[in-house]
Design a protein around this ligand. Structure first.
Ligand code: AGP
Length: 371
């Protein structure tokens, strides 16, 4: 009903607006004195010090949260991390043992593919932790421990606030692990935590661009194909932007790692092809900004219509972009938390412009409890 949607036109619109709180609530009670401590993992300290590798599992959007988690956990906790789609994992006799931690990510906690993959891992003797948004869900109950995301109930089929909460949780987990394993200095770890804590306020300012994004979406409502590019943690953001557009607006969309362009996808670029590009911050010694700008120049030279998501104040993309949506300054790892929203709003508004039901896209279920 309209009341349940709190004045918004759809549950999806409402849930996008709730993202700052979803991040803030997921952070609550999980740090003290500038250090991350996840109370739910108490009792697992020795296990987490002893594991040799991590396998992250999920499907769809949850798997993209997992991909982002891999970058962060490897960088901060220096443990090899593999990310797999639950259904690919469970049917290929993966090599795992008691020194493997299987970290599953699921909003519903009921996704059959992920549940079966977790059961496989338990049988193989692996330790299991789940990141889950639904209290008491089956996957949470099966796992050795659960880190709940506190995004609140997500009703729209398209996952939005649960995703930012999942990324927040996986980052907290990475920082928790880094503390236990002594792989990050306390000062460095507290700077990262402070950046995470600054996300809700920054995300609220990104949402203020809603009307501007809607205008672009309406203008592009007869578009047949959209591409998305990103590097590093911006790559899963590109994949997510494409998934949202497929599932909501039924438009052909693909996400690529920008570095792959010349290995094939650049052949798709023809005059007028819209391409969203997730541009990393230009600040920071190891910034991939110059690489992404050169990717933009390559596609622009072939006639692409470039729609950039870039840091506020980054003038370097302006000459090459048809449209720029800005996110507040944040270091590389925190950009995805800010860059998802414009892509979610774009897909939702494009679907709305086509007269589609954004909460219940065709052929999809909120929770895939069958194979
Ligand atoms: C996201 O918009 C999707 N509808 C879908 O990919 C979803 O994220 C996936 O089915 C996993 O669901 P879960 O998080 O409940 O396991």
């Amino acid at each position: 009903s309209a009341a349940e949607k709190g004045g918004w036109s759809s549950f999806m619109a409402k849930e996008i607006s709730e993202q700052p709180e979803a991040v803030a609530n997921t952070l609550l009670g999980r740090s003290a004195d500038g250090a991350v401590h996840i109370p739910e993992l108490d009792g697992l300290d020795d296990t987490l010090r002893g594991i040799e590798r991590i396998v992250i599992l999920g499907c769809g959007t949850a798997a993209y949260a997992g991909m982002i988690g891999k970058y962060a956990i490897e960088k901060w906790a220096r443990i090899p991390v593999e990310v797999d789609l639950s259904h690919e994992f469970r049917y290929r006799e993966p090599v795992i043992d008691e020194r493997t931690l299987v970290l599953s990510i699921s909003q519903s906690g009921e996704t059959m593919d992920t549940l079966m993959a977790v059961k496989y891992a338990i049988e193989a003797g692996a330790k299991t932790i789940s990141i889950c948004n639904t209290q008491g869900a089956t996957i949470a109950r099966e796992s050795d421990a659960v880190i709940y995301t506190h995004a609140g109930p997500e009703v729209a089929v398209a996952s939005t606030k649960a995703l930012v909460a999942q990324v927040t949780a996986v980052y907290l987990f990475g920082l928790h692990l880094a503390r236990l394993r002594g792989t990050l200095g306390t000062a460095e770890a507290s700077v990262l935590l402070a950046e995470l804590q600054a996300v809700p306020a920054k995300l609220a300012t990104v949402l203020e661009q809603h009307a501007e994004i809607r205008e672009l979406a309406h203008w592009m409502s007869d578009t047949r194909s959209v591409l998305f590019l990103g590097r590093h943690v911006g790559y899963p953001v590109a994949l997510e932007g494409a998934l949202k557009l497929k599932e909501l607006a039924y438009i052909h969309a693909e996400g690529f790692a920008a570095g792959e362009l010349k290995h094939g996808p650049i052949a798709l670029i023809e005059p007028g092809q819209p391409v969203f590009v997730v541009v990393p911050s230009p600040r920071g010694a190891d910034s991939l900004h110059p690489k992404v700008v050169s990717n933009i120049q390559e596609i622009r030279a072939r006639g692409a219509r470039v729609l950039a998501i870039a840091e506020a104040g980054d003038a370097s993309v302006l000459p090459y972009a048809d449209k720029v949506f800005t996110i507040p300054p944040a270091s590389a790892f925190f950009e995805p938390l800010l860059a998802f929203a414009p892509l979610q709003i774009f897909a939702m508004e494009l679907a709305a412009a086509k007269g589609l039901d954004v909460d219940q896209p065709r052929n999809l279920a909120k929770s895939v409890t069958v194979e």
